[in-house]
Design a protein around this ligand. Structure first.
Ligand SMILES: NC(=O)c1ccc[n+]([C@@H]2O[C@H](COP(=O)([O-])OP(=O)(O)OC[C@H]3O[C@@H](n4cnc5c(N)ncnc54)[C@H](OP(=O)(O)O)[C@@H]3O)[C@@H](O)[C@H]2O)c1
Length: 263
């Protein structure tokens, strides 16, 4: 699906991949709905993006506000063509040191919120007889590493949700894709939660060496145009190798994980 003239709703638009996507969609002639909690940042972005842009602050854990948010987009443009569920939060903590409130926050932000919002948008896409839903997962949604138990679980949940949704809505002309980033240079590790709910606040060397959010956005848009089922980006040899092992030699990968040096 081309993004030109489409209404593209991006969650987590205030930073990193979502922010870069918003600028790229706008450059390619799309109309952008910017959602995240940081309203000030979204307003600043809207000044650059001009009229074809709607600032719609949204907290993925406050689903009472979702129906009004959907109505607001429909009121402004009458349709939602593309929904990119990108908002997410990572984790840096051992299971034994992670409070339940942290498990809840990550699951809600990364899985429950996106699943709920999508459930409200899909009926409108059905009525329109077309649309496109995307979910930003992670390589952690393909294989789990230490320190990211709930993060991996939330992204694996997205994989299942995406696969089911894709089959359900195909007859309505709605397409569904999973975006699988490896390493992108964003604030994801700085914003990651430690066991007591505090921010990790450290730049992970993997993200530091990752591709730029702008490059990630270009790859994602190319994937949308080609309607790719899964859009992989920012992979390095070690993640490609681990993906291969997870698929064909999961026992070997499990043994390697016991001694993996994960930051
Ligand atoms: N960077 C990578 O290497 C990498 C790798 C794999 C997967 N990913 C995934 O890529 C997506 C984007 O992350 P990023 O790398 O761009 O990180 P980021 O710079 O930290 O951006 C995360 C975005 O999510 C939003 N967000 C977080 N909690 C939210 C909530 N409760 N409600 C609404 N929005 C919320 C943030 O906005 P506010 O704080 O303003 O709400 C921010 O815009 C995430 O789903 C992440 O898991 C990234």
């Amino acid at each position: 699906m081309e993004v030109k003239d489409k209404v593209v709703w991006i969650t987590g638009a205030s930073s990193g991949i979502g922010e870069a996507l918003a600028y790229q969609v706008s450059r390619e002639g799309g109309r952008v709905v910017l959602s995240a909690r940081n309203e000030e940042k979204l307003i600043a972005m809207a000044k650059d993006l001009g009229d074809d842009c709607l600032v719609l602050p949204l907290d993925m854990s406050c689903w009472d506000s979702f129906p009004a948010a959907v109505e607001r987009v429909l009121e402004k443009w009458g349709r939602i063509d593309i929904l990119i569920n990108n908002a997410g939060i990572s984790q840096r903590s051992l299971v034994a040191e992670t409070e339940i409130s942290v498990v809840e926050k990550i699951m809600i932000t990364n899985y429950v919120g996106p699943a709920g919002l999508t459930g409200l948008v899909i009926p409108h896409m059905m009525e329109q007889k077309g649309g496109y839903c995307l979910f930003v997962s992670s390589v952690a949604g393909k294989f789990a590493t230490p320190l990211r138990s709930t993060y991996a679980a939330s992204k694996m949940a997205l994989q299942g949700f995406t696969d089911a949704l894709r089959a359900e809505v195909y007859p309505y002309g709605i397409r569904v894709s999973l975006i699988v980033p490896g390493f992108v240079k964003t604030a994801i590790s700085l914003n990651a939660l430690e066991g007591k709910g505090n921010k990790h606040d450290k730049m992970d060397p993997n993200q530091e060496g990752g591709i730029s959010p702008e490059k990630a956005a270009r790859i994602i848009i190319r994937g949308i145009v080609r309607e790719k089922r899964e859009i992989l980006l920012g992979m390095v040899p070690k993640t490609r190798f681990a993906l291969f092992l997870s698929r064909f030699f999961p026992g070997l990968l499990a043994r390697m994980m016991r001694t993996a040096r994960v930051t």
